[in-house]
Design a protein around this ligand. Structure first.
Ligand code: NAG
Ligand code: NAG
Ligand code: NAG
Ligand code: NAG
Length: 544
């Protein structure tokens, strides 16, 4: 009897300390994570109050402390609401579950990280046209990335689609859009205030993102409110030529959206009664009704708008006018960015007259010049030709333009790349077979995080080397501000090819405008890549 009591007491005393994973104390309370064989992972940590109920269509609010209990940081939280997430291999990119309560972040730290480690921090914003994917997607798992580089990686979610970007008007009760951007900044602020406890250096933060995440990164580079929270940036595949919406266009989209939900135009009270699922469905359907927007906006209908506060002007204009914060920058695109969009938009072959019509729609005042520069070349199907033109116009040359504008501000710390490798595994199946064997938008992502194996795919040896190179360049940059320099002391990179990687000169005319072509079997420098075409687009301009 006595023995049993003692045992019970002993067990009761033991229970609170039975934690199997690493525990870190944040400003809001303690978090228990989970160690894999490669890293310590602290998953699904709230950086804002759940944006639900009266907080829907409001700027993010402070999260509530959870007191003396230990927060379970061993599982991913659901992604933000979305439907028809069918970019790339679904297992790789789509969240298993979604919820309107989705403002969480994930932290990956090296196995031996501790509060005094002072490691560089990289914060990643995922892409997906501001409607798809989530920080927990297999594609963005950080175990390998962190293990190979000895940095701290943070992946964040943010409100997307109508929940993140709806604009119903300018009154106090209206939805005013750009909430997704504010969420991202809230996550950056959380990192400032809490990352030291995980072993991170809050004064050495690199913000990076791909596609919509790259556009977001540019927005933060333009924002005095975001600027204090990060020191360097990596911009992967930003479609600079797709304009952010103006007020009138945002309202057109809002009205279509309200109509689909049987709410009156701008009737925010009615919209507030709809479930997150109904909203996600309606935002998807509104895609087919946006023909009155600018042509290129149809490819990214939901997303930021130029509200004069969060976003003061279009990114291309901001860079031309020097209205950005001068931070070390790695920037680049893939070599066939728009193939996925062209083959999605035109399921059947595009004839030569149709080709000319598309050019006329996008750029009525420059049709003749553009057709002269990119002549029709395949009367049986002009889609490849269209993809070539669109990749230059929307991604490659607009990126070069912004990069050169960034140099005018005095920085020399800019590196430009072209990612030029089509992955070997069937990661585009089943919906995007036309991207198999091509370097479509997003092709770099499985190699940036080296995550293909999580979805059951295998890299070739060359791909592993390219992936190691990418991780080395990006994390060298996070450590030292230079992709070639591995940083000092504890920060030195364990990646075995460190000494062998090709030196990547910074982008300027003295160096002959070097572009790093990231490819297999080995990377190479391509001076003044694509110059005649990009010079042409610089003359025509990037207004669509
Ligand atoms: C880590 O564990 C995974 C399975 O969980 C295994 O596939 C991988 O080989 C392990 N890596 C190392 C370096 O031990
Ligand atoms: C990477 O994983 C290996 C194998 O588990 C481990 O020995 C090493 O400490 C890890 N490195 C980091 C930086 O976490
Ligand atoms: C989704 O489900 C798969 C398979 O059950 C699992 O491996 C993965 O961790 C889940 N993803 C998230 C974000 O929970
Ligand atoms: C430009 O950079 C140089 C060298 O880094 C520095 O001395 C100078 O003050 C900078 N000028 C401006 C306007 O920032």
């Amino acid at each position: 009897m006595m023995g049993r009591m003692i045992l019970l007491v002993a067990l009761t005393l033991l229970v609170p300390s039975v934690t199997s994973g690493p525990v870190v104390r944040t400003k809001y309370g303690a978090v228990e994570g989970v160690a894999s064989n490669l890293s310590q992972n602290f998953l699904g940590i709230p950086f804002a109050a759940p944006p639900v109920g009266s907080l829907r269509w409001q700027p993010p609010a402070e999260p509530k402390p959870w007191g003396s209990s230990v927060y379970d940081g061993t599982k991913f939280k659901p992604g933000c609401p979305q439907v028809f997430c069918d970019l790339m291999n679904p297992a790789m990119v789509c969240p298993n579950k979604t919820s309107e309560d989705c403002l969480y972040l994930n932290i990956y730290t090296p196995l031996d990280a501790e509060p005094s480690s002072n490691l560089p921090v990289m914060v990643f914003i995922h892409g997906g046209n501001f409607v798809h994917m989530s920080a927990g997607s297999l594609l963005f798992r950080g175990d390998i990335f962190v293990n190979k580089s000895n940095v701290i990686l943070v992946t964040i979610d943010y409100r997307m689609g109508a929940l993140g970007f709806l604009v119903t008007g300018r009154q106090s009760y209206d939805a005013k859009g750009n909430y997704g951007i504010m969420d991202q900044r809230m996550a950056l602020k959380w990192v400032q205030e809490n990352i030291e406890a995980f072993g991170g250096n809050p004064n050495e933060v690199t913000l990076f993102g791909q596609s919509a995440g790259a556009q977001s990164t540019i927005v933060h580079l333009m924002s005095e409110k975001s600027s204090p929270y990060f020191q360097k940036a990596i911009v992967e595949s930003a479609p600079f030529t797709i304009p952010f919406k103006e007020f009138a266009e945002a309202i057109v989209l809002s009205d279509y959206f309200a109509e689909i939900l049987n709410c009156g135009e701008g009737n925010i009270a009615c919209l507030r009664t709809k479930t997150a699922e109904e909203i996600a469905q309606a935002q998807f359907k509104s895609r087919s009704k946006i023909a009155s927007l600018k042509f290129l906006e149809e490819f990214e209908p939901w997303g930021p708008w130029v509200d004069g506060d969060e976003i003061k002007m279009e990114p291309v204009e901001a860079y031309e006018k020097g209205k950005f914060f001068d931070k070390p920058l790695i920037i680049g695109t893939t070599s066939e960015e728009t193939r996925i969009y062209i083959y999605e938009a035109w399921k059947k072959r595009v004839t030569t007259p149709q080709y000319a019509l598309v050019v006329a729609t996008v750029s009525p005042s420059h049709v003749v010049e553009i057709l002269y520069e990119y002549p029709p070349d395949d009367p049986t199907d002009e889609r490849d030709n269209l993809a070539l033109l669109a990749t230059d116009f929307v991604f490659v040359c607009s990126t070069r333009h912004v990069t050169r504008a960034a140099l005018k501000k005095n920085t020399t710390d800019v590196w430009l790349y072209l990612y030029d490798h089509a992955f070997s595994f069937p990661g585009w199946e089943p919906h995007f077979n036309f991207c198999q064997g091509h370097v479509c938008h997003g092709s770099d992502m499985p190699l940036v995080f080296q995550t293909a194996s999580y979805a059951g795919f295998q890299f070739t040896q060359d791909e592993l080397i390219l992936s190691d190179d990418l991780i080395t360049y990006f994390t060298n940059f996070a450590k030292s501000g230079n992709p070639n320099t591995p940083g000092v002391g504890k920060h030195s990179s364990p990646t075995k090819r460190q000494e062998q990687i090709l030196n990547w000169p910074n982008y300027n005319s003295d160096n002959g405008w070097p572009l790093m072509r990231l490819m297999t079997p080995s990377n190479k420098l391509d001076p003044d890549f694509n110059a005649p075409y990009c010079d042409f687009w610089d003359r025509v301009g990037y207004k669509a």
